[in-house]
Write a protein that binds this ligand. Structure first.
Ligand SMILES: Cc1cc2nc3c(=O)[nH]c(=O)nc-3n(C[C@H](O)[C@H](O)[C@H](O)COP(=O)(O)OP(=O)(O)OC[C@H]3O[C@@H](n4cnc5c(N)ncnc54)[C@H](O)[C@@H]3O)c2cc1C
Length: 454
């Protein structure tokens, strides 16, 4: 019987196991998981910390028994310490004992680790990261047992802004400190400005352009000092300084990494080692617009890559078609979403990028409750090729639906005017005869006009 061993039981690992089972019902499948949590939605942790989700157990994507019922063996609390790709075995340690597990096919799904910047004081008690279920449960316990008056969130990326929102909801006074000049650097600064206003309107103090120098602790108060001399003190600090792929296990087995530092994989999710596949936050992801590997550690991507790795490891033939960098985040009453390239990324990649921003109501204004969407369309003015779209608007104004339309267009290498040809839904309470994404695409086309070649 063919033995499939999977290292890691989060989004990528569990998805891989389930797909492998569907592909080959006879496969012997084992997942080893270093922690005690199989298949939990860590994307939901900010909402557990805020209290919007009361119970951490409800973050489970599936129950453990649902996986066991499919004949998949799950070994929680088992850490893989070494892979021997020649002998096809993995050394796994649990409770101080090491056993050697043989495999015919192996999937590495070890995910990522949060970056702890090399600054003094980063390990003080009261400085938290939020990456694993354990991190989330510990932070929530701290907030429940000793409610802080104030908190500092370091990092203004999507996890940082989600945490500023989550802590504010608990009645904590929050300061957000970000190194980038604008909030949420994954969108262009013009839209980042809207998010900054939203945060400030909800009482969050925002400090941008602030590279943190050190964290001091005095009488249980933490002081975050920024290189330019600014400083702020609070009871709790949450670090959202990014993540890096967890590749040590793979690299020490001689499995090749790519330029991004993540594991290099083919579009079948094969690594450089025979019979070894990899998926999720530990691997490089093919960028379908740039046509080169990048690093996009997202749950959506991890699930898709896990499915491909699992299917192929079980003898199927499936391809991962790549990602276009689609992402959405909710901050208080706003949602901010992007897909494709930002203006700067498009310019750096050598496209003749033109960006047009349009502000459009999300539905017919005569129907109550219409709200403005700010839509940035980025296209190549030479070819009219669609390169990217970013939208900020009320979180119930279908921001994500509109970005997903653009994402589908990017996957098909659509032009900007192609978006106007799509047959999209319309009724006055939810849209207009020309959906806002089409109004924005048309505005781009009119501005670029006949200068384009197509
Ligand atoms: C707070 C937060 C919010 C997020 N929000 C979103 C969101 O809204 N949308 C989105 O798309 N993405 C979001 N993400 C990202 C998303 O959660 C990750 O991309 C996804 O979880 C990656 O899945 P993974 O399986 O590759 O890795 P991980 O989830 O990191 O899991 C790694 C697994 O490997 C195991 N492991 C590691 N090393 C070993 C070892 N040596 N032996 C055995 N087991 C090992 C771990 O125990 C774990 O089971 C968020 C992430 C965080 C932290």
């Amino acid at each position: 019987m063919t033995r499939l061993l999977i290292i890691g039981g989060s989004d990528a690992g569990t998805e891989a196991a389930l797909r492998a089972r569907l592909t080959d019902p006879a496969l012997e499948i084992t997942i080893v998981v270093a922690d005690a949590f199989l298949n939990f939605s860590i994307c939901g942790l900010p909402f557990f910390v805020s209290g919007e989700v009361d119970e951490w157990r409800s973050l489970a994507h599936r129950g453990e028994s649902e996986i066991a019922d499919r004949g998949i063996e799950v070994l929680l609390g088992h850490r893989a310490n070494a892979i021997d790709v020649g002998r096809q075995v993995v050394d796994v340690e649990a409770g101080g004992r090491t056993t050697t597990i043989p495999y015919d096919r192996l999937i590495v799904a070890t995910g990522a680790r949060p970056v702890r910047p090399p600054i003094a004081g980063v390990d003080h008690d009261g400085v938290h990261v939020l990456h694993t279920m354990t991190d989330g449960i510990e932070l929530r316990r701290r907030l429940d047992q000793r409610p802080p008056v104030d908190a500092i969130v370091i990092g203004s990326g999507y996890i940082g802004v989600e945490m500023a929102d989550a802590l504010t909801r608990r009645g904590i006074k929050v300061t957000l400190v970000g190194r980038a000049p604008a909030v949420l650097p994954t969108v262009d600064p013009e839209l980042g400005g809207l998010l900054r206003t939203e945060l400030e309107d909800h009482g969050v103090a925002v400090m941008t352009g602030g590279a943190v120098d050190r964290i001091d602790m005095h009488a249980n108060r933490l002081t975050v000092r920024v290189a330019d001399g600014r400083h702020v003190s609070a009871d709790v600090v949450v670090l959202g300084a990014g993540i890096r792929p967890d590749t040590e296990l793979a690299a020490s087995a001689g499995i090749a990494l790519g330029d991004t530092g993540a594991i290099r994989v083919s579009n079948s999710m094969e690594t450089s080692a025979a019979n070894v596949f990899a998926a999720g936050d530990c691997v490089e992801t093919w960028h379908a617009v740039l046509e080169r590997p990048g690093y996009f550690p997202l749950g959506t991507t991890a699930h898709k890559q896990g499915r491909v790795a699992g299917g192929n490891a079980a003898g199927g033939r499936v391809i991962f078609r790549g990602s276009v960098g689609t992402q959405v985040v909710k901050v208080f009453d706003l949602a901010a979403a992007r897909t494709g390239l930002s203006e700067r990324e498009a310019e750096t990649a050598g496209f003749g990028a033109t960006t047009v921003t349009t502000v459009v109501p999300d539905h017919k204004p005569y129907y109550p409750g219409a709200r403005d969407l700010s839509i940035r369309v980025i296209g190549d003015s030479r070819t009219k090729r669609l390169l990217g779209v970013q939208i900020v608007g009320h979180w119930q104004a279908e921001v994500a639906k509109r970005i997903d339309i653009a994402a589908a267009g990017l996957h098909q290498q659509a032009s900007v005017p192609d978006l106007c040809d799509l047959d999209l839904t319309y009724t006055p309470p939810v849209s207009s005869p020309w959906d806002p994404i089409q109004v924005a695409a048309d505005a781009w086309d009119q501005q670029v006009g006949s200068t384009a070649a197509v």
